[in-house]
Design a binder for this molecule. Sequence first.
Ligand code: ATP
Ligand code: MG
Length: 636
Amino acid sequence: MANYQDVYRNSIDNPEAFWAEQANLVDWHKPFDKVLDYSRPPFTKWFVGGLTNLCHNAVDRHLATRPEQKALVYISVETGAESSYTFRELHAEVNRFAAVLRDQGVGKGDRVIIYMPMIPEAAFAMLACARLGAVHSVVFGGFASASLATRIDDARPGLMVTAGAGMRGGKSIPYKHLVDEALRLSAHPPQKVVIVNRGLDKGMSLTAGRDLDYASLRDQHMDARVDPVWLESSEPSYILYTSGTTGKPKGVQRDTGGYAVALAASMRHIYAGRPGETMFTTSDIGWVVGHSYIVYGPLINGMTTIMYEGLPIRPDPAIWWKIVEEHKVNVMFSSPTAIRVLKKQPAEYLHKHDVSCLRNLYLAGEPLDEPTARWISDALKVSIIDNYWQTETGWPILSGMPGIEEQPRKFGSPGFPVYGFNLKLLHEGTGREVGVNEKGVLVVVPPLPPGCLSTVWGDDKRFVNTYFSNFETELVYSTFDWATRDEDGYYFILGRTDDVINVAGHRLGTREIEEAISAHPNIAEVAVVGVQDGLKGQAVMAFAVVKDASRIATPEAISRMEKEVMATVDKELGAIARPAKVHLVTMLPKTRSGKLLRRSLQALAEGRDPGDLTTLDDPASLDQIRAAIAQWQETK
Ligand code: ATP
Ligand code: MG
């Protein structure tokens, strides 16, 4: 087995040699002339002159070696549908979809917005676009019309693909209707809309001349063969908008060759998945995790990928482990939010199924607190690998890398820098590197490795200004996250740079205080924000979800619990970090990707407008916060 330190050093000292070797993991129609072109910093081109195609690498390439292996397994607990597609069948479906799109005039460089629930056709549509050299932009199906409209106007698609309806938690979501509304709102609506009718929305009507029924078009192309369009490595494969946790979403533009290589390498070194094995990623195709590790990554690696439509707790909280057992899942990828949801359920559900096939469970998307990590690790007896990355990077920046070397993990840390990422922690004021255990802004020294964003769609200036203009001392890519590195080289993410609370001159990370509060045995989840305070600058305010609500049934019990939480913070961090107020709630406001909407929480706590709420998952969560704050203001 290799040694992480050597691999990492080599990737930073000899990036061209390192990546040229990784590039052998994918097929090239024409080999590249040059590994790296960094003549126009910070713009980076990988594998210059090489021709390749993502769909070919994800699908066609496996026809020779594993045609009858399952490529995609579809499970919907919402509709009860289950189906699977071998690589041969996947190839046929993708060709059909590509033929339909081609008939409508979709070709190289054209944008196609995909607004779909988790159904196989969503993956077919993505792969079909890749096959044609068209640029897909998948918009998360949970977004409402207004969010969809702004993305349409930014990406300017000629065509959209959608479904009649989706289902979430047993409730139907009228996709087609939402699309109609979005097209009305948008300044540049697409000419055509291809609709996959699932039969869930009986009242759906098609607009003549614009709306096309996929099933009937597919019937005309059952034996279609569409040759992959070979793209130069740096030509765009897709646009994906960031989650919008901190403001207006940015259209991350991804290249083709660099992304293919980065994913293939990550499947081997980070996810340690072998061709022929099965991967289950519980995310959604609307997020970067879905792009990289439901669709492209596992397929490029010749693995079976599981596509799941449903929540983690229906029909019961054992559903994911049932899937792991039945489909012999070897690699699983989920989010801390989902695990916290399961943590609120009776523990027995974790022991109903044999999950011994599972080697590693990867979690990403937000901080993984130690109690949650320990809980799931102990319960499943699998190792938990915290992954830190961003929509922008497309694959992990910090992670355990069991495919290179098994290393001891520290709870609360996503581990070490991933090969290719030259990381530094810079002092936000001076721009100098901070010392061991000192807090700094996590930055990447460019050139960014393959697979990372090549620019912001249609806005090179925004790309440079947003990401590369934060330090005068040197040109670096800012992650906008705080982190520390300990004496053993482990990194710890402390939260976003705009999430710092300044209490009487002490700068506290929201994450540190949240970790401290999570140490209380009866707290399932917590959000901490800084609230304006005449005296101290800012005061700490906590919103905590209690595990066992019967313990806060009376006002006395509530106030006892609040005191306990405060005492926990005193003990873990000191009185300076003690919340001025602890609100006990049953739910926190989150985006549909499971990220805390901290800016809205803070705004409400300060009596301001909560801002753009189009990404909010459940409006009831904010109502609770409003009520709690109103009550607090009365008693203050
Ligand atoms: P926007 O950039 O539009 O505000 P966003 O940052 O939430 O949205 P993503 O790209 O989906 O959109 O999220 C990346 C961010 O999520 C990281 O910058 C980091 O703040 C957080 N994050 C992701 N993984 C981890 C992790 N393992 N530990 C801690 N934080 C994480
Ligand atoms: Mg971000």
